[in-house]
Design a protein around this ligand. Structure first.
Ligand SMILES: [Fe+2]
Length: 391
């Protein structure tokens, strides 16, 4: 039997839904009766006497609601609706069954094959209401799925834009760090590249201690900026060639707190401020500004302390030449448990000396390259000495 399209709608019955309904019943008399009711109610109705034929038309009809008889030759209504569920899961399935088959039909509802049951003989208003409800439920489910997909898509977009934003912040922060360090370098040329070396040393040593992720970056930034507070120390103290008197020392010793205060203003750098504040504290409590002892000093500052000694010993100073790694090694071991956290010293000793050499060489290479690549100020005559080269 070929499908019959919904006919003209009766003007006295307003259409409940323009959605399509598919009906299967092997009893043609019942089928026509159902069709009449549904068409009058405004549904776009397709009817079939055989479940096989209905299944073959499923992809073409794509109904929103499917009504099936239970007892049919060849395939019963539950088997048919089960098949429909696989092929067209979004459609609402209604089983139209005689009272004696109710128990089996109820079971079909419970296992999810059927959306609801309509008893035969049906009550016209109940039938229309049930189909309208099923169509509405399907529409709502589809709308829900659409909205969920939209929300997921928006979330994905948001995530991507957050990632871009984070990347942006990272890049700007890096530039800010470079600027801060350069500002300090201009004033205190003696420590030039020292900050960069100790930050990479500290990163390597922290890794050896099992630190990773954001905490590792915090230690790296903290070590890089450890002396940033010296920006607030007056030239005649910071650059004084001879030994400092008591009041000058008091001023100099404020630089960890000044650095800490400076970094409070940059949210992204705030975690690193603790390393800056504590970078002069010593394991045995003889450091400053607070004389903290042992684990009261954060791991970042304890790591920094060891690599700061390594760099100080292996770098030239105006009053002495650089000494070799064996001397640094011996000094660090000597101060294990005094100035330095024994655990950190042990981790330091696990790292081969050529790793430190390689880091030093990398920093020196960058130093040479950045001097070469430094931007020339506008108007600088050709052949004139670059201001950075004079520093
Ligand atoms: Fe310092």
């Amino acid at each position: 039997m070929s499908p019959s399209r919904a006919g003209s709608r009766r003007s006295d019955i307003p259409p409940l839904s323009a959605e399509r309904v598919l009906v299967v019943d092997d009893d043609e008399f019942i089928l026509r009766a159902l069709e009449r009711v549904l068409v009058q109610a405004g549904f776009d109705t397709r009817v079939y006497t055989s479940p096989e034929e209905a299944l073959s038309r499923l992809d073409v009809d794509r109904p929103t609601v499917i009504i099936s008889d239970y007892m049919m030759p060849g395939m019963d209504g539950i088997a048919f609706l089960k098949n429909v569920r696989t092929r067209l899961p979004a459609a609402a399935r209604i089983l139209c069954t005689a009272a004696e088959d109710f128990k089996v039909a109820l079971n079909a509802v419970n296992t999810g094959e059927v959306y609801r049951i309509i008893a035969k003989p049906w009550h016209q208003q109940e039938l229309i209401a049930a189909v309208a409800q099923a169509a509405e439920a399907t529409r709502l489910r589809r709308e829900n799925e659409r909205l969920t997909t939209e929300v997921q898509r928006n979330n994905e977009r948001l995530r991507e834009s957050n990632l871009r934003l984070e990347e942006n912040v990272r890049e700007r922060t890096q530039a800010l760090l470079e600027g801060l360090i350069a500002a300090l370098d201009y004033r205190d040329a003696e420590t030039q590249w020292h900050s960069r070396r100790v930050s990479l040393y500290a990163k390597r040593l922290a890794q050896q201690l099992g630190v990773d992720g954001e905490e590792l970056q915090t230690i790296e930034h903290g070590a890089l900026l450890h002396d940033i507070g010296k920006i607030g120390v007056r030239d005649r103290v910071l650059l004084k060639p001879g030994p400092l008197d008591a009041s000058e020392w008091t001023e100099m010793k404020r630089h960890p707190e000044l650095g800490w205060a400076l970094l409070q203003r940059v949210e992204y750098l705030r975690p690193a401020s603790l390393v800056v504040l504590q970078h002069q504290e010593k394991w045995d409590g003889t450091g400053y500004p607070f004389g903290l002892r042992g684990d009261a000093i954060g791991i970042g500052a304890r790591v920094f302390h060891v690599v700061d000694a390594l760099d100080a010993i292996t770098s030239d100073r105006p009053y002495r030449k650089a000494r070799g790694y064996p001397e640094a090694h011996a000094e660090i071991v000597r101060c294990r448990g005094a100035q330095f956290d024994p655990k950190v010293v042990d981790a330091f000793l696990e790292i081969a000396s050529d790793e430190w050499d390689r880091i030093r060489l990398d920093v020196e290479t960058v130093a040479v390259l950045s001097a070469d690549l430094a931007e020339r100020p506008p108007g600088l005559p050709v052949g004139a000495v670059h201001p950075l080269a004079q520093a």
